[in-house]
Design a protein around this ligand. Structure first.
Ligand code: FMN
Length: 189
């Protein structure tokens, strides 16, 4: 099984990166091949709304680092997407990434769409936030989960990691086993 992580935080060694990487470590211990991508290392432009991806050969024509991610994702069985909560929503980096997924993961907008995709990729959609209340952004997070289901992902888990204001993720003893367990369960799910 191949699993890729996408860290949609400007902090390469911040909470989001730590959490995504611990999930991947858990999967790797069960035999998965894993790779992490960091938005801070990549030049990914926002979707230009040209609709080229839904015409002709149906691929995104923007020549930037997202092309590497499309290739990496095409070979992957699962994606772990991590975003910090910024102003009650996903980060701008996560939103740009998500919009760009539309090119490859929205078959229903293509003229040749024949029905629901049966080979969906698995997804763990992780959010981390400063505030300790996990219910605070729940409506937004539920809505976002639904949106990823419409993008034809098989959403396995939507962890909301709270309280990052108090202690960084790497210092929280409860998080290491729970993240690793989530990664290993991705192999079995
Ligand atoms: C610009 C900005 C906006 C934020 N907005 C929120 C917010 O609305 N609610 C919240 O609980 N935490 C908020 N936070 C805190 C981050 O979500 C939190 O510290 C997160 O763990 C940071 O992840 P990182 O270490 O990967 O950067 C915000 C942080 C920044 C920098």
């Amino acid at each position: 099984m191949k699993i890729i992580g996408f860290v949609a935080s400007p902090r390469r060694e911040g909470n989001t990166a730590w959490l995504v990487n611990k999930i991947l470590e858990g999967a790797k211990e069960q035999g998965a091949q894993t790779k992490s991508w960091y938005s801070s290392d990549l030049n990914i432009k926002p979707c230009q709304g040209c609709w080229s991806c839904k015409k002709g050969d149906r691929h995104c024509i923007i020549n930037d680092d997202m092309q590497k991610i499309y290739k990496s994702l095409a070979q992957a069985d699962a994606l772990v997407l991590g975003s910090p909560i910024y102003m009650g929503q996903m980060s701008a980096q996560a939103k740009i990434f998500t919009d760009r997924l539309f090119a490859e993961f929205s078959p229903r907008f293509s003229p040749s769409f024949k029905g629901e995709d049966t080979t969906k990729k698995k997804l763990i959609l992780l959010f981390d936030q400063g505030n300790p209340d996990p219910k605070l952004f729940r409506p937004y997070i539920d809505y976002t989960k639904r949106m990823f289901e419409l993008l034809e992902f098989d959403v396995k888990n939507v962890p909301i990691i709270t309280g990052m204001r108090e202690k960084p993720a790497c210092e929280r003893s409860d998080l290491l086993p729970s993240m690793k367990k989530m990664g290993s369960s991705l192999i079995l799910a």
